[in-house]
Design a protein around this ligand. Structure first.
Ligand SMILES: C[S@@+](CC[C@H](N)C(=O)[O-])C[C@H]1O[C@@H](n2cnc3c(N)ncnc32)[C@H](O)[C@@H]1O
Length: 200
């Protein structure tokens, strides 16, 4: 059974607002600024697809959100008009894209995260990877730590692993020849990687 925040788009958004607070809007404006017009964006583990509804919807961008949360996808598609479909990235093939995107999701796939990135890079011209490196699971407050763990089961079990600034940058070393942009925020690091479909 997924944690309560993964059963309601509203609760999910509330959870993110509480977690990111003053940095909430910036996480989307930073990513939106990296996406040019006239491209196809495939958003893996799209969650509530906020990047689309708040920033990409009115631009000339072809968006596709993918997530294994069937309830989220049905509501996004039927109630909010978001182009999206159910997909389990662990078993399904990625979708070719000018810009693949994955926000705040890579930690869920540790220790299989590198294989997952390589799989998506094979279908991308560019890959925007956004990963939290400061987490409520490290809070000095016992209650917040406990809550952060209890709320992080998307449906297939709680996720025990998280990145730190050092461990995420060490991971990115695997991709140093592909790294185009690195933006180090207080809460998240954004990396733009060159994908296999980029033949420039
Ligand atoms: C922390 S949320 C991030 C959502 C969104 N990208 C954001 O930044 O707000 C993680 C998302 O990954 C999705 N997810 C987890 N495992 C997945 C899998 N194997 N395939 C597809 N989606 C998955 C969850 O359903 C959830 O929506």
């Amino acid at each position: 059974m997924p944690s309560i925040i993964y059963r309601s788009l509203l609760l999910y958004k509330l959870g993110l607002l509480l977690s990111y607070r003053s940095k909430y809007r910036k996480r989307y404006t930073t990513v939106a600024a990296l996406v040019p017009d006239h491209v196809r964006v495939v958003d893996y583990c799209c969650g509530d697809a906020e990047i689309y509804t708040s920033h990409l919807k009115h631009r000339d961008v072809a968006y596709l959100g993918l997530d294994f949360n069937e309830q989220f996808i049905a509501r996004l598609r039927d109630q909010r008009g978001v182009p999206c479909q159910v997909m389990n990235i662990c078993v399904d093939e990625p979708v070719p894209a000018d810009f693949s995107l994955m926000m705040a999701s890579l930690y869920q796939f540790i220790p299989a995260h590198k294989a997952l990135i390589d799989k998506i890079l094979a279908y991308s011209k560019r890959f925007i990877l956004v990963e939290p490196v400061r987490n409520n699971t490290e809070s000095s407050c016992w209650f917040i730590r406990k809550l952060a763990y209890l709320l992080n089961d998307p449906g297939d079990g709680m996720k025990p692993h998280r990145f730190t600034p050092a461990s995420f940058k060490a991971f990115l070393e695997n991709y140093k020849d592909r790294l185009i942009t690195l933006i180090e925020g207080d809460v998240e690091i954004v990396a733009v990687l060159k994908g296999d479909l980029d033949r420039l």
